[in-house]
Design a binder for this molecule. Sequence first.
Ligand code: MLT
Length: 255
Amino acid sequence: MMHYTISGEGKTVVLIHGFGEDSRIWNRQVEWMQKSFKVIVPDLPGTGRTPVSVELTMESMAAGIKQILDKEGIKKCTLLGHSMGGYISLAFAELFPALLEGLGLLHSSAFADNETKKEARRKSIDFISKHGAGPFLEASTPNLFTEKNRISMNEQIRELTERHLYMGPAALIAFYNAMIARPDRTEILKTAPFPVLFLIGREDQAILFSDSMQQVYLPELSYIYILDKSGHMGMLEEPLLFNKALFDFLSDLPA
Ligand code: MLT
């Protein structure tokens, strides 16, 4: 079972972190969210205190989230997923639609990988196998930020990278294989009976702005926030706007 923290009272919100991160990426969100909501924050396999599993899929991780909800006796929730956390949320929406009250794609996408992206991931897997997870995270983390922020947030980016250096190659490779294998889930957006939040970084190199623009109109009810000065890491690059988007979305959920 995945390790998780649970805090606060109210409607349930699950915050799912992305690739190469752990639950601590949400520290600044948990702080305010737990005052009005019950907040669950899992560590995905191979991160935080959750043991690694080498055979991962978005569906298996979604089932892991369901296991947590069952253990806590929770029947309804809103999932907010950062990037790969969003891919997991979409798999959850497919498997357990009746449990969802809202879905947040934070720098995320319902598209499958195209061939170019798959090839890039295979190259990354090669690099990680040869050089280890640390050198990979050191090389790739700065690219998640805008060019400007890479300079102005240099210190913070270094700390963030160092915080993740405990991760092993098996975990990162398992995530990449799971991402390569995931299907397109735009149908989930088209048929979503719940509101969908899109939080988009204008300069995101991992989730292209143009890809996001092709998805925002698919759900019946979308909340769309564009962070003009962010890449892939709005929670750190523009934390106030990021938090405001989440707050507005959660406050609007039907009681
Ligand atoms: C993430 O942040 O979870 C990854 O960058 C997602 C991806 O590579 O598609």
